[in-house]
Design a protein around this ligand. Structure first.
Ligand code: CO8
Length: 259
């Protein structure tokens, strides 16, 4: 698939996805949702990519779903759009590669929902966050009613969604919506530093650990511990486990398989 609204480059194992509709503050229209879904499916199986980063060109990360486009849809088409959005968010959330959101500016509506599907959220001091949907007569439809309360708690999620409140990066950090806030000029260096740290680890262990955490959060502790046992076994049975432990004993850096 050719990408019209996103740029993709790979640098030393890190796949960098740049939202590139700055004229619309990187709003998510149906075309870009399809492009992102295609790209994140590719990233999932691309041996060259160990970690993915998503950021926005210009002054916005993603200012939500494209309101102009949504305004032209019928109710049924709106439902279809929600399902497509859910598919994309799940392709990101369940991706075998960790995904870091480098939030450079507006993270609103569907944009904030996309950020919440990522494994890490690092924000610039200039970033702004919110779920403004109720002011448009809709509700968050790309997972926000579900992922936001799981991330920041029921009360705070209701405050953000029902009051359509926009908050700054420091407040987002305080409530646990983002993991770190840095100066705008330090954003990409910080994100790349985190990405490289993960790149140095055993890919199978990263994949299995991420999936165990995500799956375990959907169920009770007993079931979660069963998931951990099976996940642990997958990592323990791998060549990377043998290499990682031999490298430690031999006091040398481990050479993990690139997949
Ligand atoms: N959709 C389409 N265009 C947008 C969007 C958007 N979400 N956001 C900004 N733009 C466009 C503006 O229309 C403007 O275009 P133009 O230059 O042609 O007039 C350009 O981007 C620049 O924007 P502004 O001039 O408004 O810039 P400001 O700095 O004055 O304001 C804001 C920046 C505050 C971010 C403002 O643009 C804004 O409020 N944008 C809308 C934010 C919003 O409400 N987002 C939520 C959308 S709803 C949603 O995401 C639902 C997700 C689930 C979908 C379910 C599917 C059915």
């Amino acid at each position: 698939m050719e990408y019209k609204h996103i740029i993709f480059e790979v640098s030393e194992g890190v796949g960098i996805v740049t939202m590139n509709r700055p004229e619309a503050l990187n709003a998510l229209n149906l075309e870009v949702v399809a492009e992102l879904d295609d790209l994140f499916s590719r990233i999932d199986s691309d041996p060259e990519v160990k970690v993915a980063v998503i950021t926005g060109a210009g002054r916005s990360f993603i200012a939500g779903a494209d309101i102009e486009e949504m305004g032209r849809l019928t109710g049924d088409e709106g439902r279809e759009m929600v399902l497509k959005g859910h598919h994309l968010m799940s392709t990101i959330e369940n991706n075998r590669k960790p995904v870091i959101a480098a939030i450079n500016g507006y993270s609103l509506g569907g944009g904030n929902e996309l950020a919440m599907s990522c494994d890490f959220r690092i924000a610039s001091e200039k970033a702004k966050f919110g779920q403004p949907e109720v002011g448009l007569g809709i509700i968050p439809g790309y997972g926000g009613t579900q992922r936001l309360p799981r991330l920041v708690g029921k009360g705070m999620a209701k405050k953000l969604i029902l009051c359509a409140e926009t908050i700054d990066a420091q407040e987002a950090l305080r409530i646990g919506l983002v993991d770190k806030v840095v100066a705008p000029e330090e954003l990409m260096d910080t994100v790349m530093g985190l990405a490289r740290k993960i790149c140095a680890m055993a890919p199978i262990a990263i994949d299995v650990a991420k999936s165990a955490i995500n799956s375990g959060l959907q169920c009770d502790l007993k079931t979660g511990l069963r998931i951990e046992t099976e996940s642990f076994y997958r990592a323990f049975a791998s060549e990377d486990r043998v290499e990682g432990m031999h490298a430690f004993v031999e006091k040398r850096p481990a050479k993990f398989r690139n997949k």
